[in-house]
Ligand binder design. Structure first.
Ligand code: FPP
Length: 312
């Protein structure tokens, strides 16, 4: 745990390399991955909270949305990450929730779907981002929630899975977004639980790791995309958790910290977060529990629910 924490801290400290600039456009999500992983390792305060909060606020645009970094266009992906970071630091009062809600609501389309930004790409990832962002802010009433759920349900396939738009192939990353969105919209009755969970548990390969689609290679991040759904749908016991834990642990860099997509590959913050998050969902000893729908530490979600007046 010490090595993983040091590995994540290293990203915050090293700003003079190529990787730092090459990842500029998605830094907001990078900060969310690293910070949430540190929270699960009980080391939230390893990062400079006040500096991060200041930077997050600098990335907000006049229209209420946040960019992936300073000088980058506002997008739903980074607006969600920004709101998640502020929720972790219990600093949601620093932003105007109505202004952010207006930005999100402005991206909803007549069919209930969401565009990611002003340029109009539609994807069920953005439905999840919109619903989660507004749920954290206590502003779900800014959008047409039943219509949002109806659109997500229209992306359901014959195998029980979901794709990015109607008719698109089922993909575990999109399944996560759709199940999460339906959970937030209180519409899980639109999921065929047994059919979908059977498809999800078939993602486990002989290595113990999970893949994202049939015939694909296993990858640590699917420990999160698949497991969170199985957890939301109360079928976590349908996969071999001991084998999956072993696979994730095999992907650790035992010298320098960090977790990679599969054994022997190079570690990165994305897979480090999703590996630790997967272990947390399986109750791995010593880790903080994570909420499968909010992708935030459970303690943060309890605080959000209290703030928004819902029972925890
Ligand atoms: C796999 O992508 C993952 C997805 C498509 C889901 C992404 C979800 C979000 C961005 C929503 C926010 C998420 C959280 C946790 C708050 P990939 O491009 O790696 O797929 P591939 O394995 O097929 O290449």
């Amino acid at each position: 745990m010490d090595k993983h924490a040091a590995y994540i801290r290293g990203f915050a400290e090293r700003t003079d390399n190529f990787e730092y600039y090459a990842t500029e456009h998605f830094r907001m999500s990078g900060v969310y991955w690293g910070l949430t992983a540190l929270c699960l390792l009980h080391r939230r305060d390893d990062l400079d909270g006040p500096a991060i909060i200041k930077w997050v606020l600098e990335c907000q645009h006049e229209d209420g949305g946040f960019g992936g970094s300073e000088r980058h266009d506002a997008h739903l992906l980074y607006t969600l990450s920004a709101v998640q970071i502020l929720a972790i630091y219990n600093e949601l009062d620093l932003v105007d929730a109505d202004k952010i809600a207006k930005f999100v609501a402005g991206l909803q389309q007549p069919d209930g779907s969401f565009a990611g930004d002003q340029w109009g790409e539609i994807d069920t990832r953005f439905s999840y981002c919109a619903l989660l962002c507004l749920s954290i802010l206590g502003k779900l009433d800014a959008i047409d929630v039943p219509k949002a759920a109806e659109y997500v349900a229209s992306c359901r396939n014959f195998d029980g899975g979901f794709g990015c738009t109607p008719g698109c192939e089922s993909h575990a990353g999109q399944v996560f977004c759709c199940v999460g969105a339906l959970a937030l919209a209180d519409s899980l009755h639109l999921v065929d639980r047994d059919l979908l969970c059977w498809w999800l548990c078939e993602r486990q390969t002989p290595s113990g790791g999970l893949n994202g689609r049939p015939e694909k290679q296993e990858d640590v991040c699917y420990s999160w995309w698949c497991l969170s759904c199985l957890s939301i749908l109360e079928r976590l016991h349908w996969i071999d958790q001991a084998a999956l834990s072993k696979f994730i642990l095999f992907c650790q860099d035992e010298e320098d910290g960090g977790i990679s997509d599969r054994p022997e590959d190079m570690a990165d913050v994305f897979h480090t977060f999703f590996g630790i998050a997967g272990l947390s969902l399986m109750g791995y000893e010593g880790l903080e529990p994570i909420d499968p729908t909010y992708a935030l530490p459970s303690a943060v979600v309890d605080r959000i629910r209290q703030r928004n007046g819902a029972p925890s």
